[in-house]
Write a protein that binds this ligand. Structure first.
Ligand SMILES: [Zn+2]
Length: 203
């Protein structure tokens, strides 16, 4: 695949703990070894590990630029870049699909990694459209924490019921047989509806 002249879109999809970032880093490093000009982007929302790097769970690191949205990503692509990597692509707005298409049409190899489903097993953000337009899709699997089979789902095990709950400890990799519908903990729900206690006005 490396070194081909035409552009293309490659999607690395899967649940949490499935090695998506490792695979993105591996492909980007191969491109660097092949002396290609590369740029890596990630959405600002993912600030777990630091602003300017993609960090895999086995602590491989890659320099990355954080961008606020798909338009900003497109504007930051430098002239002469041959490979564009995108991590956590599921967090981007719907415009990311057109941006990937524009880049690929311009001859750039686009490699994007992201969660294909949220904790409720719903398709995540722009992922369905990206999977449709991609030349190549890699579905990554984690190991199910219950039965050690191939895990396809990110099972939420703590926290509220927002689609985005950042933090590995809130999730487990689970297979279809071991997946359970998550219900937010009662304490979390009660805390969310509690009103602030009025403070007496002084002075
Ligand atoms: Zn299982």
């Amino acid at each position: 695949m490396d070194g081909h002249r035409g552009g293309s879109i490659e999607i690395i999809a899967g649940g949490m703990f499935s090695g998506k970032s490792e695979e993105l880093i591996r492909r980007m490093r191969r491109s660097v070894i092949a002396r290609q000009r590369v740029q890596v982007f990630k959405p600002v929302i993912d600030d777990r590990f630091g602003i300017d790097e993609v960090v895999s769970r086995d602590d491989r690191r890659l320099k990355a630029q954080s961008v606020g949205n798909s338009a900003e990503l497109l504007a930051r692509v430098e002239i002469g870049v041959q490979v564009v990597g995108i991590d956590e692509v599921q967090f981007f707005d719907a415009g990311i699909v057109d941006v990937c298409m524009q880049l690929a049409d311009a001859g750039i190899r686009v490699i994007a990694a992201g969660l294909d489903q949220d904790y409720m097993r719903r398709p995540f953000g722009p992922m369905p459209a990206l999977l449709s337009v991609a030349e190549e899709v890699s579905k990554m699997h984690a190991v199910c924490v219950r039965c050690r089979g191939a895990a396809h789902y990110s099972q939420r095990v703590s926290g509220g019921d927002a689609q985005v709950e950042v933090g590995d400890s809130a999730y487990e990799a689970r297979c279809r047989a071991c997946y359970e519908t998550y219900r937010a903990e009662k304490e979390a729900e009660e805390a969310a509806v509690q009103l602030p206690i009025p403070q007496p006005i002084t002075g």
